[in-house]
Design a protein around this ligand. Sequence first.
Ligand SMILES: *Cc1c(COP(=O)(O)O)cnc(C)c1O
Length: 486
Amino acid sequence: MEKLIYEKSRAGRRAEILPKPQVPVKELSSFIPAKFLREKPPALPEVGELDAVRHFVRLSHLNHCIDTGFYPLGSCTMKYNPKVNDAMAALEGFRDLHPHQPQDQIQGALELLYNLERSISAVVGLPHVTLQPAAGAHGEMTGLLLIKAYFEAKGETKRKKVIVPDTAHGTNPATAALIGFDVVEIKSNDRGLVDLDALKKVLGPDTAAIMLTNPNTLGLFEEDIMEVQRLVHEAGGLLYYDGANLNAIMGIVRPGDMGFDVCHLNLHKTFSTPHGGGGPGGCAVACRDLLEPFLPKPVIKKEANGFKWDFDRPQSIGKVKGFYGNFGILVRAYAYILAHGGNGLHQVSKDAILNANYLKVKLSRNFVVAHSQPCMHEFVLSGVKQKERGVATLNLAKRLLDYGVHAPTVYFPLVVPEAMMIEPTETENKETLDRFAEIMVTIDKEIDENKELVLSAPLKTPVGRLDEATAARKPNLRWTPSPQAV
Ligand SMILES: *Cc1c(COP(=O)(O)O)cnc(C)c1O
């Protein structure tokens, strides 16, 4: 293995090519109190620029990424992020803005945010939008805080329950609990959809909201959504739409038309801003008039003489993020929307649905399909036939890595045994989908011909089978210098 940058360190070696700064060190110490000044230089590796570049580029290759390979990770929409979005975000006029700049100097940025809000409002069919949250779960938090503030303002403080179907993304119940709601889970019916009888049983004067995603995490469209919304509204509750993955419905149907009162959209995922590896993300929360007074402040106003931030919002839940959201991500999302236009976004959804159904049918010859009806942008397979032959879904997922493909989301949704949730996205071509199907079938054959191989995979990745629980709970992310290096 290539030596780590720290091990390549040689005393006195430097990467700088620029002249030394003109600020004398003495001056620095006159405004930084002595107790904060280092006595010794930090133990940083001393290397040339080329070694530094190799180090970071090599690290970047240790991870699978969408720019190097297929990434059908269900519910994550790992689609191609057009590079033109990055170029737009890097325009000086956007990149070099300071959040404390006076409003008359940032009219272009405010106009972009305003137009992005209006575009998103058109896509989801809800009139008001905030772009402050930093990611999906943060948007859920914002949306539920709006609901909470709304019921508090009405004096309906007994509405404590948030209903969540058993197929929900894990962040839904987690967010509801974090905000102080009691989470009530309802079972899906045998078609993988919300069971109306189960819903009726839990609805009542203590219902605050139901959180749904449609299509749900099985990739299935909730056909009874209009009945669901009628029942929830009749009970005095509100409907929260988890629009993290809007890929399937853009230009086809809108959360507002399905009766939802508030929704969040992951701008990473559907609107093609980069994600994975922890962000930064971006999120829009849209709502109906009744929740508007509570939106995070400030909100953008368009006035006769330009755009302005309105901080005068007495009922606002306050800020949910420093300044105004992840601005660079918002520029990327807007570039994506403009590049496609309304018809283009509609085409995106049709292609996402087509790709998922194509792959689902191809794979159904060798794998059990959890639900037979046509899917939306993703579908769920069950690895039960493979498990019977001694290879669990986890092993299959690991073996995929050896073929240069990222594994699907596994063991989720929880309602499907040995689940593999596959979301090919619309940006993959037919050859890639065919190749993936071929790899899956090859692995299925390997189970009979060379089971040990599948059970010991991955063999070609930088690291093999990690102790995942320890890696997640006690990650060792820090290189510690040996005493001689200090
Ligand atoms: C990804 C996702 C979320 C959470 O989004 P983050 O940006 O990861 O916080 C919530 N719900 C669904 C359905 C998702 O797919």
